[in-house]
Design a protein around this ligand. Structure first.
Ligand SMILES: NC(=O)c1ccc[n+]([C@@H]2O[C@H](COP(=O)([O-])OP(=O)(O)OC[C@H]3O[C@@H](n4cnc5c(N)ncnc54)[C@H](OP(=O)(O)O)[C@@H]3O)[C@@H](O)[C@H]2O)c1
Length: 260
């Protein structure tokens, strides 16, 4: 039987992270579950099939990142890194603080890039896969999400450039873009806004299934959901058309931004 690679999974205790952990463990992958809360990590690992490791740490902390990599490479080396940890921010730009700007960009972009850098250095060119969990909002600028969009557009650009840079190596860099998903990252305002706009919301199990498909396939990116993937392409080719559609939705979106 083919030996499955060992995977580091950040944001393992979140909604999408738990679904990924469950599906990968059921397929026989061995996991290193990374999170900030030991109780949640232990609860998760106890629910999974097979033997897995847990590593506590905040990806925005340099010492924690070094520790995550050191502990992960202690036994059998992981060859897959799934960068799934992330935070959101839904508010008008007027309402955001300096701390919000720092937190969103550091967590979703800078620290994710730094962890990837440390992981790939440690792998030293051996066959490896990195999957970055981005978002539809990494391709479509959405009112109320300027910080989140900045971070996920950045992550998409990073993934695309690095994937092309590594094209002739054994390192594969992939990008997964879920649309709205039913997890705690979305505040009640966001849930209400999605209902008002008629936006579809996926269960985390569906996102996990797409991630497994991406991991086991040969493609470098996957965008989830229709019409979102069409809008992402349309926004790339004819952004002015998406401007018009967003302008129509703007009063509804602004009704739900936090602080209103
Ligand atoms: N849900 C959606 O609508 C949606 C749509 C598109 C993309 N995504 C992306 O999917 C990914 C997973 O999100 P989710 O929906 O599962 O959200 P979630 O339930 O809130 O989970 C987020 C996870 O990230 C972890 N995390 C956040 N900051 C961290 C840090 N500094 N260090 C270590 N871990 C940290 C959290 O850990 P703690 O438990 O310690 O807080 C949590 O496990 C994110 O990258 C998100 O941007 C989500």
């Amino acid at each position: 039987m083919k030996k499955l690679p060992k995977c580091i999974l950040t944001g393992a205790t979140g909604g999408i992270g738990q679904a990924i952990a469950k599906q990968l463990s059921e397929k026989g992958y061995s996991l290193i579950l990374v999170g900030r809360n030991i109780e949640n990590l232990v609860m998760l690992v106890n629910k999974l099939q097979g033997k897995h490791e847990v590593v506590i740490g905040d990806i925005t902390n340099e010492t924690d990142r070094a520790n995550m990599i050191a502990k992960s490479f202690n036994n059998v080396e992981p060859s897959v890194l799934i960068n799934n940890a992330g935070i959101s921010n839904f508010s008008t730009f007027n309402e955001v603080s300096d701390t919000d700007i720092n937190n969103v960009l550091t967590t979703n972009l800078t620290s994710t890039i730094q962890l990837t850098h440390e992981f790939l250095k440690k792998r030293g060119g051996q066959k490896s896969t990195v999957i970055n969990v981005g978002s539809t909002l990494g391709s479509i600028g959405f009112p109320g999400y300027s910080l989140y969009c900045a971070s996920k557009f950045g992550l998409k650009g990073f993934s695309e450039a690095l994937s092309r840079e590594m094209a002739n190596t054994d390192v594969r860099i992939s990008y997964l873009a879920p649309r709205a998903t039913d997890t705690n990252i979305n505040t009640s305002n966001v849930i209400d806004m999605n209902k008002a706009l008629g936006s579809k919301v996926d269960p985390p199990e569906m996102v996990a299934k797409e991630l497994v498909y991406l991991l086991e396939g040969k493609k470098n990116s996957r965008f989830i959901g229709w019409p979102e993937k069409f809008f992402a392409r349309l926004n790339g080719a004819f952004p002015e058309l998406v401007d018009l559609s967003m302008k129509k939705s703007l009063p509804t979106i602004l009704k739900f931004t936090e602080g209103k």
